[in-house]
Design a protein around this ligand. Structure first.
Ligand code: ATP
Ligand code: MG
Length: 411
């Protein structure tokens, strides 16, 4: 016996309401994207491994443990994208998208991380992504955050909070890092094993550790001292958000997992998804494009988890069938194709039932929940008869009234 293949761990195949939810999130994103003037882009799923290794930071979880990397047949190291940002920046340089600067782009699709699958966490997951590249203005941060907030509103999600922080400019961030190392080193032995390792590699990450052993030291850590310039930038972002009517909370310990963030860092979070409560996350990454060998290019962006948003929204209305065509006389099958063509070209959905006992045909047609049933073929003085039974608010007179029907099939 051959065994039936199973799905790859951490992947999902969706149908019915789950597929509808997923689509509803993407559709809302596409509507709001347009309102904010973000250009649609399509990106490759695979990139040279260096695109992520050089930008996301060798010491981050994503690069050190989560990437799906492989050698292709010509020996090149390829990685399935774990996020969009780095690939979009690669394209900004390699595809000459610099000519569009400041460039506002949006895209969505699968991303891959080798993580432990659980609720809201998959190995193939899907992101919505929005980036503004080539703008050093706090206005770009404000617009992007307003976009995120409006997307959540459009999705009917009210229980999501925006947590906002600044990581300062490079100088204030480096000074803070040194202070944090000093602070945490004094308690090294009391920290969790993970945070002891973070202390050497990525001390900022200890601040958002969820381990109760780390919390007291994270909560008592010294706050960042901002340079005047960083202070001013953050002030402008905040007043912009106030003016745009976007509510936020300042979260002084919010840090992002990737090395490339500067200035604004933020997360939209909910309490409804347990530990997987971050639905949109992002920030400003002014150094990333330089790490790819490009010129200094300030940028800001966010990514959202489609699966997490899809779990939070109300169930979307199932797609409704407008017209079911029931072929009562088998000789009317050609007429059925004719009718289906007319109805569908008029922009109404239609399906045909033409097999099984007559009774079954009606049962199956009714099960589809159509607004109208068109009955074909009940012979009427040797010709085709067309019966229209309206079950819902739809009338078909405009579509099927007064048309010349084809003759019945010879049987
Ligand atoms: P988390 O802290 O939940 O691991 P992250 O900081 O690794 O998130 P980002 O790299 O900021 O996540 O990705 C942006 C968004 O993509 C997240 O806020 C989340 O909604 C979603 N996301 C990230 N990883 C996964 C995953 N493995 N499965 C499902 N969604 C994910
Ligand atoms: Mg993660």
């Amino acid at each position: 016996m051959t065994q039936t293949p199973q799905p790859v761990r951490g992947t999902q195949s969706l149908i019915g309401e789950e597929a509808d939810r997923f689509h509803a999130v993407v559709a809302a994103f596409d509507r709001v994207r347009r309102l904010y003037g973000f250009k649609r882009v399509e990106m490759p799923v695979i990139e040279p491994t260096a695109v992520f290794a050089r930008t996301m930071g060798e010491t981050t979880d994503v690069v050190s443990k989560e990437m799906y990397s492989f050698e292709d047949r010509s020996g090149d190291s390829i990685t399935l994208r774990p996020e969009f940002t780095a690939g979009i920046c690669r394209a900004y340089l390699s595809e000459g998208w610099q000519r569009f600067a400041p460039l506002k782009v949006a895209t969505h699709g699968p991303a891959f991380r080798y993580e432990r699958p659980q609720k809201g966490r998959f190995r193939q997951f899907h992101q919505l992504d929005a980036e503004v590249i080539g703008s050093a203005e706090p206005a770009a941060d404000v617009e992007l955050l307003a976009f995120g907030a409006q997307l959540l509103e459009e999705l009917g999600l009210s229980g999501v909070r925006l947590k906002l922080n600044t990581l300062g400019d490079a100088a204030s961030r480096d000074a803070w890092r040194a202070q944090l190392v000093e602070h945490f080193s004094a308690h090294r032995a009391e920290l969790s094993e993970d945070s002891q390792a973070r202390l050497d590699k990525n001390p900022l990450r200890i601040l958002d550790s969820k381990d109760p052993r780390d919390r007291p030291f994270a909560d008592s850590a010294p706050p960042m001292v901002l340079s005047a310039e960083a202070e001013d930038f953050f002030g402008q972002v905040r007043s912009g958000l106030d003016a745009a009517g976007v509510a936020y909370e300042i979260a002084p310990h919010l840090v992002r997992g990737l090395d490339y963030y500067r200035h604004t860092a933020f997360e939209f979070v909910t309490d409804q998804l347990g530990a997987q409560g971050t639905v949109i996350a992002g920030g400003r990454y002014d150094g990333l494009i330089e790490q790819l060998g490009g010129p200094h290019t300030p940028a800001v962006g966010w990514a959202a988890g489609i699966e997490r948003l899809a779990m939070l929204i109300d169930a979307p209305e199932a797609e409704k069938l407008d017209v079911a065509v029931v072929v009562e006389d088998d000789r009317a099958r050609t007429a059925a194709w004719f009718a289906l063509g007319l109805v569908r070209k008029a922009g109404l959905s239609a399906e045909v039932v033409s097999t099984g006992s007559i009774r079954k045909r009606y049962d199956r047609a009714l099960k589809k929940g159509p607004s109208v049933i068109v009955v074909l073929g009940k012979l009427d003085r040797g010709g085709l008869s067309v019966g229209i039974r309206e079950l819902g608010p739809l009338t078909l007179v405009d579509v099927l009234g007064g048309v010349k029907w084809p003759s019945l099939d010879e049987s």
